[in-house]
Design a protein around this ligand. Structure first.
Ligand SMILES: NC(=O)c1ccc[n+]([C@@H]2O[C@H](COP(=O)([O-])OP(=O)(O)OC[C@H]3O[C@@H](n4cnc5c(N)ncnc54)[C@H](O)[C@@H]3O)[C@@H](O)[C@H]2O)c1
Length: 353
């Protein structure tokens, strides 16, 4: 089996690369290293079934060449994060829309199965108790760049669905909710690695707002095998499937848990939103997935306990606590890789308006 992973040098992509090589696949990673890093792929670089191609999904000819002859394409490459989208709106819109179209065309030409990574951000401000895949999208103005990522990912989903209905492309869409684990960078303000890093360094854990905003974190080790099963499930083609954690926790509660689990001396500091972000910035109060469809289709269960995730993230960090940040090179800025907007701790001010 030959699998292509776009964005394979990133956080989730590098775990997927390791997993597929472990399954005996031949794996080719296509990544421009904008937010990913070769360091994330250090454990597989000597594997004879692994190949890395540095390049962009915006390079249509290259995408066609890389994908030709493959069986499966896992499309994870994306411009992620509010700051990047605000600072380089055209680049990120093009990457997330035209880049995806290139990948769809290449998978179609190759007769390959495609797994498209989407996001819970597509639900926008919908704070329902349990968001199922049919839930409404509640987005702010299209002129506010805060919503550009959600808009582009929504277009990606619509493209994928149309390729399924009009061309019969076998494409499954996954909507990820706050996936966490080792190698997720804290550099741009993602809450989980930042809180863990602060606790390890004995610094105050910084929590934005009143800290009562909630999230459902899921562990990358639970997500990755389910992604592969989803790609192999014909009943998933043409559909979008949620995958997230089952335990809703406030960011303040997470900070307390991190201190407790890591036996840290750190305190917690609340930072008003207006100091953390540009005025008027909207953070989501909550986002809770209904994982029923993923459970039914691929027996997805987010089983790894939060305490274990905290220990794994801390364990992967380098001495001195730079850890997850130091593992990511490449540096173009983003402050919310993936399921944006659960920030804390050292996040750069974002001008999302
Ligand atoms: N981590 C999460 O919680 C989460 C949540 C929802 C959705 N997602 C989605 O999952 C995917 C992976 O996210 P991640 O958290 O691993 O982020 P990441 O930033 O670690 O990975 C993205 C990768 O894509 C690469 N990339 C960016 N632009 C590219 C281009 N033009 N050509 C080739 N490669 C390019 C980056 O270098 C990086 O390696 C993304 O599509 C993201 O939208 C992630």
């Amino acid at each position: 089996m030959k699998s292509i992973i776009t964005g394979g040098a990133g956080f989730i992509g590098s775990h997927l690369t390791e997993y597929l090589l472990g399954q005996g696949d031949e794996v080719v990673v296509l990544d421009d290293l904008s937010t990913g890093s070769l360091r994330n792929l250090a454990s597989v670089s000597d594997n004879p079934r692994f190949r890395f191609v540095q390049g962009s999904i915006l390079d249509r000819a290259l995408v066609g060449q890389v994908v030709a002859g493959s069986d499966r394409v896992f499309h994870l490459a994306a411009a992620v994060g509010v700051k990047l989208i605000v600072e380089e709106p055209l680049t990120s819109l093009r990457t997330n829309i035209h880049g995806t179209e290139n990948v769809l065309d290449a998978a179609l030409a190759a007769g390959a199965i495609l797994l498209l990574a989407s996001t819970s951000e597509v639900y926008g401000k919908n704070t329902a108790d349990s968001l199922d895949e049919e839930a409404d999208r509640i987005l702010g103005s299209a002129l506010k760049s805060r919503w550009t990522y959600a808009g582009a990912k929504g277009i990606d989903e619509a493209f994928a669905h149309a390729y399924w209905t009009e061309y019969g492309l076998r494409v499954a869409i996954v909507r990820l909710f706050n996936t966490v684990g080792p190698r997720q960078t804290g550099r741009y303000g993602m809450v989980f690695p930042n809180l863990v890093g602060q606790a390890q360094r004995g610094e105050p854990l910084t929590v934005f707002g009143d800290g009562r905003q909630t999230r459902c974190f899921s562990y990358v080790g639970d997500i990755v095998p389910a992604l592969v099963r989803l790609a192999e499930t014909p009943a998933a083609y043409g559909r979008a499937v949620n995958m997230g954690g089952s335990q809703e926790i406030s960011i303040l509660g997470l900070a307390e848990r991190v201190i407790d689990v890591l036996d840290s001396e750190s305190s917690i500091t609340l930072i008003p939103y207006d100091e953390a972000y540009a005025p008027g910035y909207e953070d989501m109060r909550r986002r809770v997935p209904n994982n029923g469809l993923a459970r039914e289709l691929v027996a997805f269960e987010p089983l790894t306990p939060l305490d274990e995730v905290i220990r794994n993230v801390a364990g992967a960090a380098t001495p001195g606590g730079a850890g997850n940040e130091a593992m990511t090179l490449g540096g173009s800025s983003h402050d919310a890789s993936g399921d944006a907007l659960a920030f804390a701790g050292g996040a750069p001010r974002t001008d999302a308006r």
